[in-house]
Design a protein around this ligand. Sequence first.
Ligand code: NAP
Length: 310
Amino acid sequence: MSPRRTRRSRTGAKSVYTLADLKNWDNETIRLGVFGDPVEHSLSPQMQNAALKHAKIDVQYARFHISAAELQEAITLIRKDEFVGANLTIPHKIAATEFLDHVDDDAKQIGALNVIKIDKGKLHGFNTDGRGFARAVREEFSVDLRDLRVMILGAGGAARAIALECAKSRCERLVIANGTFEKGERLVEKLRSFFEGPKVFGPVPRLQAIPWKEAAFQFQIANVDLVVNATPVGLNRGDPSPLSSRLLAPHLMVYDTIYSDKRTPLVAAAIEAGARATNGLSMLLHQGALAFEIWFERSAPLDVMREAIG
Ligand code: NAP
């Protein structure tokens, strides 16, 4: 047995399951879930369960606290127990690609996935973060990525999904700012082919990696429309904003992928600077709706899901 304790809700269902639970799985309705470590704060169960109930699908979605060392076994178990699929969150998105039978093109290019579907005993991997982000930006700011000059903070799993979506949409400019500069450069090189062609925008390159430095940010802010935080900076209480309000400007749209707070440190700094800004709830909603569509091959009840997390 795992030493971890799991909590039970008043209905008898646990709020978090573990690998030990999966090893002796006797729950007849839970056939979907999110694997993560930590996973306690995931809003996916309330969003997906509302959708399942509305669609009259007799399946439930739960949280599973699965460590990195447990991931492979957990995936083997959900295949055996004929789950519909799963979502993956920190720290599994990259590692999971090794354990599946098939990974779709987006997930392959990104090197990370957030959705598993089990179909006739085979495990299929998808990444809905990028497309979810594009829909969120359209919803929040009434604009398409192709019309934007975008600066992404970060070069990890979420940043790579967002950057690929921007590149595929042929956005006007794409700038990657990352602490580990080489990682940002590697991402830029992967996307180079999307930016070849006639579009020219004055003296600034259409695609570039920049160092995590105030002077670099200052220069770029004047040459971008949308700033995206795809780092965890702002997730923990007391975190600073990744960019101070002094660096931000009123012409900007600012999207913080963090959704733990309505007013994340970056959202607060952006509003102080007179910019339009939002947290990452709309991305959570749309990546989840796309996952629902992959699992059930029918459209997701978006309004019901939105209300469940709103
Ligand atoms: P990840 O793969 O671990 O990548 C983290 C990135 O953040 C790396 O580029 C890392 O830079 C950078 N970073 C970490 N700490 C930093 C710091 N103190 N200062 C500057 N940069 C820092 O994580 P991920 O899976 O991409 O997730 C990132 C965030 O996206 C999470 O906070 C999550 O909340 C959010 N997210 C939201 C949604 C949604 O639906 N709204 C979906 C997916 C993810 P280095 O390379 O230098 O280490």
